[in-house]
Design a protein around this ligand. Structure first.
Ligand code: NAP
Length: 295
């Protein structure tokens, strides 16, 4: 039997509708539109696409947004001044510096320069720390989106054994910290695996819910899964495909064909986790705008 498909596009649209409705209420009640500032340094083509997509999403939902484009030679001090300007701008509730940054700029210092209340990426050490100790805070977008996917597809992680493969600061570690909280929609028993695992299958076979955030095309196969597992594939990998118009296609970290006959439910790539990331950025910005209102 083939697994149920967890439709990230549909769930993302549902959340965007909710965010739009709340945005309209916020405007009508307080005259405030959530505002997001993007800072793009250099001309990395992927970053340009991401920032354009995020700006378009803001427009569609009724947010105020502004994009500051800075040349690749920008000095760290100039970037920090720009971030500070947005930190002080009352129209802006979220400041997003698109990563990666050119090599003359220290990424960690830039992340720390964003006002934690405007840190809609959830990368600031203050927000990371709050997440770890279980204080309500801004959560990184991709992992927050994964939790929404699980809950809204009827696969509540509570009481389940979740195995996360990958320990990056943007996906692997924060999803572990989100899902192990003693809260509804979380409260999972969590294991995290990485390249230090001698035999990855030992861990993946134990997962009720497997989250793959590896960045290696199709390395998790059906044979590595427990029968009836729920599979969340975060991977976005480009592989050559001469039959495709542009010569490549995007695949996940999970081998979809073999996994989908073993799993109970699975996210497709594309159309699974991907659409959730920008959606959660919008949700975080709305949260920051609401928090900025004086009681
Ligand atoms: P990353 O920083 O490169 O981290 C990858 C992790 O996977 C590392 O912890 C690494 O272990 C582990 N790993 C690599 N090969 C492994 C193997 N053979 N066995 C076990 N563990 C292995 O990647 P990331 O930023 O987390 O991204 C992961 C994937 O998700 C990428 O394909 C990325 O494009 C995608 N992504 C998608 C979205 C979205 O919105 N859909 C958002 C973010 C990322 P070590 O720590 O031991 O090196």
């Amino acid at each position: 039997m083939s697994a149920e498909i967890i439709d990230g596009k549909k769930i993302a649209e549902e959340i965007r509708r909710e965010v739009k409705e709340e945005t309209e209420r916020l405007k009508a009640t307080y005259g405030i539109a959530p505002g997001l500032a993007f800072v793009l340094v250099g001309d990395n083509p992927a970053s340009q696409v991401y920032v354009r997509m995020k700006g378009k999403a803001c427009e569609e939902i009724g947010f105020y947004s502004v994009t500051e484009r800075m040349p690749a030679e920008t000095l760290e001090a100039e970037l920090l001044r720009k971030v500070d300007e947005f930190n002080r701008d009352p129209r802006v509730h979220g400041v997003l510096v698109q990563l990666p940054l050119p090599k003359q700029i220290n990424e960690a210092r830039v992340i720390e320069s964003v006002d934690p209340r405007k840190d809609v990426d959830g990368f600031h050490p203050t927000n990371v720390g709050k997440l770890v100790i279980g204080v309500d805070t801004m959560r990184p977008c991709t992992p927050a989106g994964i939790q929404e996917l699980l809950i809204r597809s009827g696969n509540d992680p509570s009481g389940k054994h979740v195995v996360v493969v990958g320990r990056s600061n943007i996906v692997g570690k924060p999803i572990v910290n989100i899902l192990l909280q003693k809260q509804s929609g979380a409260n999972a028993v969590v294991t995290i695996a990485h390249t230090g695992a001698r035999d990855l299958t030992v861990y993946t076979k134990m997962a009720d819910i497997l989250i793959a955030a590896i960045g290696k095309p199709e390395i998790i196969t059906g044979a590595m899964l427990k029968e009836g597992a729920v599979v969340i594939d975060v991977g976005t990998n480009r592989v050559d495909d001469p039959s495709a118009k542009n010569g490549y296609r995007i695949v996940g970290d999970v081998h979809y064909a073999s996994a989908s006959v073993v799993a109970k439910a699975i996210t497709p790539v594309p159309g699974g986790v991907g659409p959730m990331t920008i959606t959660m950025l919008l949700k975080n910005t709305l949260q920051a705008a609401k928090a900025s209102i004086q009681p």
